[in-house]
Every structure is written in C-alpha cells, then in structure tokens.
Ligand binder design. Structure first.
Ligand SMILES: NC(=O)C1=CN([C@@H]2O[C@H](COP(=O)(O)OP(=O)(O)OC[C@H]3O[C@@H](n4cnc5c(N)ncnc54)[C@H](OP(=O)(O)O)[C@@H]3O)[C@@H](O)[C@H]2O)[C@@H](O)CC1
Ligand SMILES: Nc1ncnc2c1ncn2[C@@H]1O[C@H](COP(=O)(O)OP(=O)(O)O)[C@@H](O)[C@H]1O
Ligand SMILES: [Mg+2]
Length: 282
C-alpha cells in the first residue's frame, strides 16, 4: 500500500509564499480560463472569479459569444475573449501570453469543440490545468493525452477519472492505476473526493481539509480556477495543486459553523478564499 503525505498546515507552510509588498498586477500572474457553452457559462464564470480571488493579477476568459455580456456583467474585473461561434467553442485563439491556462469547465463535448481542443493541445506549451469536459474529451481521444506539457494538472472527480483510466475494483487498484497513468504521461492528478488525493508519479498526497458542504454544483469549477491562479503566480504545479486543494477544502471548514452543509454553494467557496488564506498563517 502506498504511503500518503498528509497535507496539513505544516506541509502548507513549507509551500505557501506571502506576496511581496512591492508586487503589482503585472507580476502577480496572468491566467486564462477556457470553457463555457450555452447554458454552462456559470462554470467558467465561477472558475474565473475563483482565479482572481486566489490572487493572480490578471484573468482572461475564452468563451463562446453567448457568454460575453454575462461575463462582462458578472465579473467586471475579468477580461473576455470570444470564439466566433455563439453557443460553443470551435477554435481556440488568443493574442495574450498567460502564465497558466485552465481549460474545461462547462466546455461541452461537441465534435467542433473536440477538434478545437485537439488543435489547441497540438501547439500549447503554457502550463495547463485540465478539468471537466476537457477531461471527458481526452477520455474519448486518449492518444491526445501525450500532447499535454509535462506537469500538467488533471482534476477529475471519480467518474471523470474512470472514463480516463478505466474501471477499478478497489481503492488500491484505483490509486495504482492512477499512479501508472501519472508516470506514463508525466501529469499530476488531483483525484477529487472525500478526501481528495493528489498523485504525482509515485508520490501520493492526502488532503486534510473539506467536508460534504463541497458536494455542490460548481465547486470543482472553482477549484480549477484556484489551482490555475496559483500556477500563474509561479507556484510549481505540484505546490499549486496541494495549496489549491487545501485552501478549497478550508473554505468549507471555515464556513461550516455559520452555514452548515446544505446552503453552502460554489459562490460561497469563492467568498471564503480570503479567510482561508489568512488562516494559513494563524
Ligand atoms: N453552473 C454550471 O455551469 C455548472 C457546470 N458544470 C459543468 O458540467 C459539465 C459536466 O460536469 P458534471 O460533473 O456535472 O457531469 P459528469 O462529468 O457527467 O459527472 C457527473 C456524474 O458522475 C458520476 N459521479 C460519480 N461519483 C461522482 C462524484 N464523486 N462526483 C461527481 N460525479 C460523480 C455521477 O454519475 P453516476 O455515477 O450516477 O452514473 C454523476 O451524475 C462540466 O463541464 C462541468 O464543468 C458543473 O460543474 C456543474 C455546474
Ligand atoms: N463529501 C465531500 N467531502 C469533501 N469534498 C467533497 C465532497 N463532495 C465533493 N467534494 C469536493 O467538491 C468538488 C466537486 O468537484 P466536481 O464534482 O468537479 O464539481 P463540479 O463539476 O460541479 O464543479 C471536489 O473538489 C470534491 O473533492
Ligand atoms: Mg467538475
């Protein structure tokens, strides 16, 4: 059985960097979130807001045209680039130079979007966080996984993981199969769950924060934005994954005494990120 490294406050303090007081938005990192489709613009909106609230200096989203007014209204701080299609992403092009890209929330799995993801992966060299429908598209085109840069972070929930690596019949088999996948493709896998485990080759980390309040629509989209933000701020990918998962869970622990389980939603995760950061150094 693999020994896990528990992600507790001691582990986090080895990795967390306080921002320099002379910093400015130009060096706090520029993140790009690619996603959204008709009816699921909320997913990319949640990711983008979480990305800003996790501290990067600039956030741009790449979305279908139908999301333009929604995003510009919902989050004035976020800059918006749109596909030439109204309801889905068909061709990913941008003239910015982000330090990190998060792709997948609300993306959908239409053939045109699958082709757009393939084209993007063939040329992308920017550090990447892949979630949700981008993972589901990779599961349908497994040979495309070899196109992602080393240390790319994948953030599947159990069903997305099963689609990617196949069924497992025990927890041990699930972890061993995920370790093999991580080593074969040189990717970091955030196995979202209760608790969340992070697989980086042979090394397994187990998160110690979070609770059932996180079982709510969009909480994974929020995590994608948080991890992408930390990569954009020059955290090593493994440390971005560890810190992002820890902070994400911490928001639920902090909010629980006031909010309980049922009424805590993804927007509350975002609203509590600041308190989670402050509690790291308490
Ligand atoms: N506001 C928005 O715009 C939102 C947009 N969203 C976007 O929707 C897209 C689809 O993402 P998704 O995760 O909702 O659907 P999907 O990939 O089919 O997986 C769900 C199925 O998996 C299974 N399942 C088993 N265990 C599980 C577990 N622990 N956690 C989760 N699932 C588990 C279970 O199936 P079952 O086991 O019952 O067969 C369940 O029915 C994606 O792009 C996302 O970004 C959402 O984020 C929501 C808010
Ligand atoms: N019972 C639970 N305890 C702790 N964390 C949970 C629990 N249920 C869900 N989560 C967390 O909530 C998030 C759900 O992600 P995901 O299923 O991708 O949501 P969505 O796609 O709707 O955004 C993951 O980070 C997962 O670890
Ligand atoms: Mg999800």
């Amino acid at each position: 059985m693999t020994n896990s490294i528990y992600i507790d406050q001691k582990e986090i303090l080895k990795r967390y960097k306080q921002p320099d007081k002379h910093t400015h938005k130009g060096i706090q990192g520029h993140a790009l979130i690619i996603g959204g489709s008709y009816g699921k613009i909320g997913a990319v909106s949640l990711s983008a807001k979480a990305c800003l609230k996790t501290g990067c200096g600039l956030v741009t989203v790449f979305i279908p045209k139908c999301g333009y007014t929604i995003l510009q209204t919902a989050i004035p701080e976020v800059m918006v680039l749109t596909d030439n299609q109204e309801k889905l992403i068909s061709n990913i092009t941008f003239d910015i130079t982000p330090q990190a890209i998060g792709i997948g929330p609300g993306l959908g799995q239409e053939i045109e979007t699958q082709k757009a993801l393939h084209q993007f992966l063939k040329t992308n060299k920017t550090p990447l966080v892949i979630d949700a429908d981008a993972l589901n598209i990779l599961s349908k085109n497994k040979e495309w996984v070899s196109l992602v840069p080393p240390k790319t972070i994948l953030t599947p929930h159990p069903k997305e993981l099963e689609r990617l690596i196949g069924k497992w019949h025990s927890e041990e088999e699930k972890i061993n199969n995920t370790i093999s996948f991580s080593k074969q493709h040189q990717v970091i896998i955030v196995m979202k769950g209760a608790p969340t485990q992070i697989i980086d080759g042979e090394t397994v980390y187990e998160n110690t924060t979070g609770n059932a309040a996180l079982a709510t629509a969009g909480s994974g989209d929020v995590l994608t934005g948080m991890i992408t933000s930390l990569v954009a701020q020059s955290y090593e990918p493994i440390n971005a994954a560890i810190l992002g998962v820890y902070l994400h869970g911490l928001t639920a622990d902090i909010a629980f005494p006031e909010m309980g389980y049922q009424s805590f939603i993804a927007s509350d995760v975002i609203a509590t990120i600041g308190k989670a950061f402050l509690s790291i150094t308490e």
